[in-house]
Write a protein that binds this ligand. Sequence first.
Ligand code: SF4
Length: 271
Amino acid sequence: MPEMKNPLELYKLLNKSNCKKCMLPSCMAFSVAVIQGRKKISDCPELDEQTVEALSGRVATRASFEDEQRERLNNLKQEVARIDFVSVSDRIGGAAVKGGLAVNCLGKDFVIDAAGELTSECHKNLWVHVPLLNYIIHGTGKTLSGHWVPFNELQGAKDWSRFFSHRCEEDMKQLADAHTELFFEILSLFGAQPVGGMDADHSLTVYPLPKVPFMINYWEPEQGFESKLNILLDRVSPDNLAIGSIYLLGRGLVEMFRALIIRHNRDGKLF
Ligand code: SF4
């Protein structure tokens, strides 16, 4: 039997019920997780034993995106060690503090020390740490234009827009659908400000980084209409943070919200 390297090959063999018993939101997310080595075939209880046995030997896991980002993080830590925090603080909207550089992320200070390590009272994750170091090292500090556009209209977004749509907007929508009240409470704890003049039920801006704001628009489900969520960005965002890192930042938000929802939701379940 040939090796299975593409998540779509596995997806075709699942029942596509999106029942979430594997603790992931969909059969597609499960297929990707298996190929990335984050889940085992046997984690889907809907597959019978024979199928699990037959498929397990065929999966060719590849270095996960997380592994690649970990390597990237180590390189960025070495680069940040050469940065003079006092000279970059104005450009990035941060402040040099004792022991490092403070950058306001979602209304809370995240402090980077000379070794590139991150300290914060917030939930920290790889998806935030990599963009934050990139922002400090490579951001140009361009003034925001006030012109909001969808991710796919940002310069250089072509290769990333599908990922942003699936892993940031769609995943965030699922959290908002399943835990609407808690989701918006968390956003408000993170300093989200309401925006007027939009046609969504909820329109809020948050600042994951001082010069890379996100506008989150959410339409609640109505009779005959599904819910909808989109994220708009300032047109100059790619000058302040590389486009791939804007995608990571979006994922960082989703991971952070997910961790908080699991912690604070009464039954401790995500869906
Ligand atoms: S448990 Fe299996 S069938 Fe259910 S969502 Fe996960 S992969 Fe799909």
